[in-house]
Design a protein around this ligand. Structure first.
Ligand SMILES: Cc1ncc(COP(=O)(O)O)c(C=O)c1O
Length: 393
């Protein structure tokens, strides 16, 4: 047995609740339980044929199997710039203000390494997508939590941040539509974020992973659409959720030239960029007729959301319908913590949710359901929960 300790950066990470969950899932599956796994936000709606055909075609060209360029092919970056203009009304210079990523998680975490020194502070609203605080911890920094609550729509109050912390903070990470809460933010809040970051000389990171997953026609806005945002902001995008390509590992960042340059610099020392065939397929994705695919994806998540929330409410919950993302965030009944309740539901029903504590300590008391099953599967999950006697009381 090696007597070598892991680096402090690993020891400082909070426990990874999903590992515990995986063990229980494996045990239940071994016992023959038919699991309905709504635990991970792993999209199940496949990409359309145009994207797959493009990948297959690209695979036949030997040139595409070589190392790609670090920062992305010029045609990929041009497609990103056109997509950003068309979808969000923002202008980015493809040469200096775009970088490809091996998925946006990779980008968000490595961006922390580009700016965070040991002891530096990142402001992170919580509950949060774990990479938003874990990236800073891995880089040796300290996440400073901005509490958010259901009552205030899961939007942090920037006015109550201690001015000494605000002055010391180096970065703030905002992300709407939100994973895990499904909350969306207003233009006024974004304008407040930009003004706050300018005032305190803070880098503003906007993780826009769920840019296209929204409901009732209320399209989320890009942080970069706020006048002056580009002075302080970098925004992360992904094809994972929009085009059902999570396994392809394709994303991009756009925004402030200096911030993009720093991210490129760190990435040139870590990876070799994004597989050219995937870049070509992503170009096909970004030039699809929107009504043909993305609108259907949205409609699918919306009717799953309605079915699931209505089902929970018929079991005593009082959950309102999230306005975006692909999650339903709902409270744990009295007497349990989120991990306990999650494990109990798995054992009794085979339905897997994510315990809220996985999204930081302020996620305790909640569960997250990812809407990644067909409607009949979601209905079955609810039926099993009902039969097992779980209710919200
Ligand atoms: C808020 C948020 N950002 C980023 C990601 C990662 O996406 P990608 O597949 O692009 O790495 C996720 C995935 O669940 C997410 O929820």
């Amino acid at each position: 047995m090696l007597k070598v300790q892991e680096a402090d950066r690993l020891l400082k990470l909070p426990i990874y609740v999903f590992a515990q969950l995986d063990k229980v899932k494996a045990d239940m599956a071994a016992k023959g339980m038919d699991l309905i796994d709504l635990g991970m936000g792993n999209p199940d709606i496949p990409p359309p044929p145009e994207i797959i055909d493009s990948l297959v075609e690209s695979l036949k060209n030997p040139e595409n199997h070589r190392y790609p360029s670090f920062e992305g092919a010029p045609e990929f970056k041009a497609a990103v710039a056109s997509w950003c203009k068309r979808q969000y009304g923002i202008s980015v210079d493809p040469e200096h203000e775009v970088v490809t990523l091996i998925g946006s998680k990779e980008g968000v975490v490595h961006f922390a390494f580009a700016y965070i020194n040991p002891g530096d502070i990142t402001l992170v609203p919580m509950p949060a997508y774990p990479a938003h605080f874990r990236g800073t911890i891995l880089a040796g920094g300290e996440p400073h939590i901005l509490p958010t609550t259901e009552h205030k729509g899961y939007i942090p109050d920037l006015k109550i941040i201690d001015p000494a912390i605000a002055d010391k903070a180096k970065m703030m990470i905002i992300s709407y539509p939100s994973n895990p809460t499904g909350a969306v933010a207003t233009r006024e809040f974004y304008a407040e974020c930009v003004a706050f970051c300018k005032k305190h000389n803070i880098i503003l990171v906007h993780d826009f992973a769920y840019a296209e997953i929204y409901f009732e026609g209320q399209k989320p806005i890009s942080m970069l659409s706020i006048p002056g945002a580009k002075d302080v902001c970098i925004e992360f995008h992904t094809t994972s959720k929009t085009f059902g390509m999570p396994g392809w590992r394709c994303g991009f960042a756009v925004g402030n030239r200096q911030l993009i340059e720093s991210l490129r610099k760190i990435k040139t020392n870590l990876d070799y960029g994004l597989f050219t065939a995937v870049q070509k397929a992503a170009i096909a994705a970004m030039t699809l007729d929107e009504s043909a695919y993305i609108a259907k994806v949205r409609a699918t998540y919306q009717s799953r959301r309605d079915l699931f929330v209505d089902g929970l409410n018929s079991l005593g919950w009082k959950v309102s319908k999230p306005k975006g993302s692909m999650y339903v965030w709902f409270p744990v009944p009295q007497g349990y913590d989120s991990t306990e309740f999650c494990m109990k539901i798995i054992e009794k029903t085979g339905v897997v949710f994510a315990p809220g504590v996985a999204f930081g300590e302020l996620g305790e008391g909640y569960l997250r359901a990812a809407l990644i099953g067909s409607e009949p599967r979601l209905a079955e999950a609810l039926e099993r929960i009902k039969k097992a006697g779980f209710r919200y009381a």
